[in-house]
Design a protein around this ligand. Structure first.
Ligand SMILES: Cc1ncc(COP(=O)(O)O)c(C=O)c1O
Length: 426
């Protein structure tokens, strides 16, 4: 019997259980020396000077913004297409949020739109290397330099990606990384702030060290939830659990995906679990995971390139771009095809789970009603579909995903071939 393939596949270190058990045995589940070791190894890997762990990537971002000490009334520019939590935390950190549009071809911030969004109050810009592709850093750094703006890179999706051979996270004044279960480095939660200047790093560290250590039960719970996510996305389990819900929904029009995501809401005051430190068990997993990162990245990239080759001759389909100066780590593989929702339905009915929008068009959210504006690039980017190419897919599963996506695209295109003008836009 054919099994269904989940949209998600976590990167799991093969000795995860042993690593966690050993931390417990040593009495180092929450506090321990691997936190500093992970910070040092992470910084060394990037060729950066300072790396500081945090409870979440978003909190790493918050601490960096606070540590950069912008004057009251300062504005921050973020891409309109990003995870809503990021601009919300900029707001909690006391900044006024502005959005720049994204280039729908790369899904990254459009430098021309950034330049237009700058006012005399702008102090900082956040290039988000969305879905694992680095932003156009030459253009963004040039604009930031001319307007005297700080640069804080959002690398939540992009650990391992490079721009002109240099790792993302080393271009700005600071950078955040996320270690949630599905991220390039999975520590079942946690984040890292990478900072260029020693004084700023010291201010980030002071904020982190003022926080309590997490409760052992909470961390055990995070590890358990991560383990369950992992189990439920395994093809054999997914086929009989999440998949039937998605399959039925493909006929009823229900959208069960919304339950997978964090509720969009104001984050002031900050939730309790944000205000604690990263645990030693998670740092130990991160440290071990760093050794496997390059092989995970290589597997994901090879799957993505195979997918691109498999779809190369399907007319009217736009596969992800990878400009020559950038390496894409394909946290998400996004493509444009015809009739997005029908296409997703076709794939689900053939046993391949496809995601539509992994982040948010923030300019469309009520949470940012005051910052709403037009971001046609982000609106367009929301029409892409996201096809599984994650590292843990076997060759057989990958071939199946390629076949199903190709067949679904071909039959949709036969049903409704793109108009010449639309084909040019695709
Ligand atoms: C683009 C982006 N930035 C930042 C974050 C925040 O990371 P964390 O969930 O670790 O706070 C995420 C999380 O998914 C994200 O997608």
């Amino acid at each position: 019997m054919l099994t269904a393939i989940s949209r998600y596949g976590a990167r799991v270190h093969p000795t995860t259980q042993q690593i966690v058990a050993a931390c417990r045995e040593r009495g180092e589940f929450i506090q321990g020396p691997q936190i500093a070791a992970f910070e040092q190894a992470f910084a060394a890997r990037l060729g950066a000077h300072h790396a500081i762990t945090a409870s979440y990537g978003r909190m790493a971002f918050y601490f960096i913004l606070k540590a950069l000490q912008f004057p009251a009334g300062s504005e921050i520019i973020l891409p309109a297409l990003t995870f809503w939590v990021v601009p919300e935390l900029a707001r909690v950190a006391g900044l006024t949020v502005r959005f720049a549009d994204v280039d729908p071809t790369t899904f990254c911030m459009d430098p021309a739109s950034l330049e237009r969004a700058i006012t005399e109050k702008t102090r900082v810009v956040v290039p988000t290397h969305l879905y694992g592709l680095p932003c156009d850093m030459d253009a963004i750094l040039d604009i930031a330099g001319r307007h005297n703006l700080a640069v804080v890179e959002d690398c939540a999706h992009a650990l391992g990606a490079t721009y002109r051979g240099r790792p993302v996270g080393t271009f700005g004044d600071g950078a955040l990384f996320s270690f949630q279960t599905l991220k390039p480095l999975n520590c079942y939660g946690g984040g890292m702030a990478v900072v260029r200047e020693a004084a700023v790093a010291e201010r980030v560290r002071q904020q982190v060290e003022a926080l309590p250590w997490p409760d052992e039960k909470r961390i055990a719970n995070k590890l358990l939830v991560g383990r369950l996510q992992r189990i439920f996305t395994r093809p054999r389990v997914f086929t009989f659990t999440g998949f039937p819900i998605l399959w039925v929904s493909s006929y009823t029009g229900a959208q069960p995906d919304v339950y997978l995501w964090e509720k969009i809401r104001p984050l002031s005051p900050l939730p309790e679990d944000y205000l604690e430190r990263c645990s030693n068990a998670q740092a130990t997993l991160g440290l071990a995971g760093l050794d496997l990162l390059d092989s995970w990245t290589a597997a994901t990239r090879s799957h993505a390139h195979a997918m691109t080759a498999a779809l190369a001759d399907v007319p009217g389909v736009q596969v992800p771009t990878e400009p020559p100066e950038r390496t894409h780590v394909y946290y998400q593989y996004c493509l444009y095809g015809p009739a997005r929702d029908a296409l997703v339905r076709d794939c689900i009915r053939r046993g391949v789970d496809i995601e539509t929008l992994h982040v948010d068009v923030c300019t469309q959210l009520d949470l940012f009603a005051a910052e709403r504006g037009s971001a046609p690039g982000a609106d367009r980017a929301a029409q892409a579909i996201q096809v599984p190419v994650y590292a843990s897919l076997t060759d057989r599963q990958l071939r199946r995903v390629m076949k199903v996506v190709r067949e679904a695209l071909t039959s949709r295109l036969q049903a409704a071939p793109p108009a010449p003008s639309q084909a040019a836009r695709l």
